[in-house]
Design a protein around this ligand. Structure first.
Ligand code: UTP
Length: 228
């Protein structure tokens, strides 16, 4: 199976604890060793937010902040690459094309951000579309897509299954509410809808959950299914 795994920065590197990164690398290698073709997209997490907050106070404009964010996602990508063995391409892919070439060779590409004004959620969706992935997995810090923000609403319910069109509508509603954060953003949801790639959103704090989802289709999270 061809799979793209998005590892949120707050899942991979909430701090610079080496064991977490090593565990993620081991999970990716397990999938690769089991015969799956794997591409990885890494987020910026708290480090990106710290840089962006400081640079904003220094007067940087939003595009410059995005460039800073992209640089941090690529730093996190290098961290994961450091833990992966020779199966990984030694530098983060800076374009979808470079990433796809690696997939074609059978190597493991690691991508961070690509262009300003989006997030790595959208990068993962676009990369999955570009390489014709069978499955896209979002390893996030929440265990699925909720109808409202579970951080502020104790009544929030997690969806087991959504069509891609329903996902777009749920995320659009959430993004209308200032301060609420969805595990997958609207641009990513729209790319998922357009591409029809089967997608799973799960709690990735334990990387074994990603392995179980890909290898055994066993997961506790939200499955986004293409329209029929
Ligand atoms: P993230 O993808 O990590 O943002 O990119 P996020 O979704 O807010 O954070 P986590 O990791 O899921 O917690 C960090 C920042 O980098 C810039 C954006 O400013 C984003 O907020 N970025 C990232 C881009 O401008 N383009 C990209 O393609 C990716």
């Amino acid at each position: 199976m061809r799979v793209v795994v998005n590892v949120g920065g707050s899942v991979l590197a909430p701090d610079l604890e080496p064991d977490r990164v090593a565990d993620y690398a081991a999970a990716i290698e397990t999938l690769d060793g089991a015969g799956h073709t794997v591409g990885v997209v890494v987020g910026g997490g708290p480090t990106a937010r710290e840089y962006i907050t400081t640079a904003r106070e220094l007067g940087a404009n939003e595009i410059a902040l995005d460039q800073l964010g992209i640089a941090v996602t690529r730093l996190n990508g290098r961290l994961l690459i450091a833990a992966l063995d020779d199966r990984a391409v030694p530098t983060p892919a800076e374009s979808y094309e470079t990433g796809r070439e690696a997939v074609r060779r059978g190597d493991i590409p690691v991508l961070g951000g690509i262009v300003a004004a989006q997030t790595t959620d959208a990068v993962a969706a676009a990369f999955a579309e570009y390489v014709g992935a069978d499955l896209l997995v979002y390893a996030t810090s929440v265990n699925g897509v909720y109808d409202t923000d579970p951080n502020s609403d104790a009544e929030a319910t997690c969806f087991d299954r959504l069509t891609a069109r329903e996902l777009v509508s749920v995320i659009a509603d959430m993004e209308m509410n200032a301060g609420s954060s969805a595990p997958v953003d609207l641009l990513a949801a729209k790319v998922i809808e357009r591409s029809g790639v089967r997608t799973i959103v799960l709690d990735g704090t334990d990387p074994q959950r990603v392995v179980d989802a890909v290898r055994n289709d066993a997961f506790d999270g939200t499955e986004i299914v293409p329209e029929r």
